[in-house]
Design a binder for this molecule. Structure first.
Ligand code: CP
Length: 312
């Protein structure tokens, strides 16, 4: 593995999952592997879980960590060949080259424009760091996918499933702001690697890009989709077409105890942060079937598996 920016960078995703399981059982087994190595992390938008879990992962592997809040006052030019007579003082070509001298692995978190679909679906910021950095690049969430989240989600399902092939339902839920499609896109492409029956449910108009959903069952009736499910993964996303728009705020899509009662004692998942009583009712997220904190805990072991592979 040279970079970790989507499932397609990973030669054998199932082996990476096994590594994450091993890290969870023994988090300090490789505490000398990263000695004298530095992880750099650039955040173009804020993060709690990704930032802290990836830093914790690096520390468990014996690495040093340097983090930069890149959205604060540092304006980076991303376009090649431009006359830099605007407000951007540094080009990504130099920035990536310089950071590569300070760090052995570089993590980058960016956010989609939600207006320029072509740029967002090229994952422009992360792709350009991949192009110009001289060290491995890890996506800490890009504008199209969030692979560290998805590997942790897979680890969560693998450790808590009670059937060999569980039914996993990815459900849209209402939210007052337009949100990216990165988490659901990524979840779908990683679940294609897993031994699960995946169903996606959302109101008409919220179809994700077919580059992710080809071959996956889409059920527009949420109640029907929830029947006998083992895992309910709730997430809001804005429309792919018209891009970045909110089309629906129907509270009937909020995850309620009545909906969860349709499942086979299903477990509730969400990547967090989550808006209570918009996405999910308190009675569901506070119930024993909610595994959102375990999901967040698994972020550390997913990041450890990725960093370990890149260090090697
Ligand atoms: N789930 C997730 O990526 O959380 P943060 O935005 O806090 O990193």
């Amino acid at each position: 593995m040279q970079h970790f920016t989507s499932v397609h960078d990973v030669e054998n995703p199932a082996t990476l999952l096994q590594d994450a399981l091993m890290m969870k059982r023994n988090p300090l087994k490789f505490k000398k592997l990263g000695k004298d190595k530095t992880l750099g992390m650039l955040f173009f938008n804020p993060s709690l879980r990704t930032r802290m879990s990836t830093e914790k992962a690096a520390l468990n592997l014996g690495m040093q960590v340097i983090s930069l809040n890149a959205s604060e006052g540092w304006k980076l030019e991303m376009t090649e060949g431009v006359v830099m007579n605007g407000d951007k003082a540094e080009h990504i070509i130099e920035a990536a080259g310089v950071i590569s001298q300070y760090c052995d692995i570089l993590g980058v978190r960016s956010f989609p424009t939600l207006t320029d679909r072509a740029s967002d679906y090229r994952d422009d910021v992360i792709s350009k760091f991949k192009k110009y950095a001289k060290v491995p690049v890890v996506s800490l969430e890009g504008s199209m996918v969030h692979p560290l989240q998805s590997l942790a989600d897979w680890l969560t399902i693998e450790t808590l499933k009670t059937k060999k092939r569980p039914k996993v339902v990815l459900t849209w839920a209402p939210h007052p702001k337009a949100l990216p499609q990165a988490v659901p896109n990524s979840f779908v492409e990683w679940m294609k690697q897993a031994e699960v029956d995946l169903v996606i449910t959302h109101p008409k108009g919220y179809e994700l890009s077919t580059q992710f959903t080809d071959g996956v069952t889409i059920e527009y009736n949420q109640n029907q989709a929830f029947k006998d499910a083992d895992f309910i993964y709730a997430k809001n996303w804005s429309a792919y077409e018209p891009y970045g728009q909110i089309l629906n705020m129907d509270p009937n899509w909020t995850i309620s105890p009545e909906k969860m009662a349709l499942t086979d004692n299903g477990k509730f998942m969400h990547c967090l942060p989550v808006r209570r009583n918009q996405i999910v009712m308190d009675a569901v997220i506070d119930s024993p079937n909610s595994i959102v904190l375990e999901q967040a805990n698994n972020r550390t072991f997913a990041a450890m598996a990725v960093l370990k592979n890149l260090l090697r």
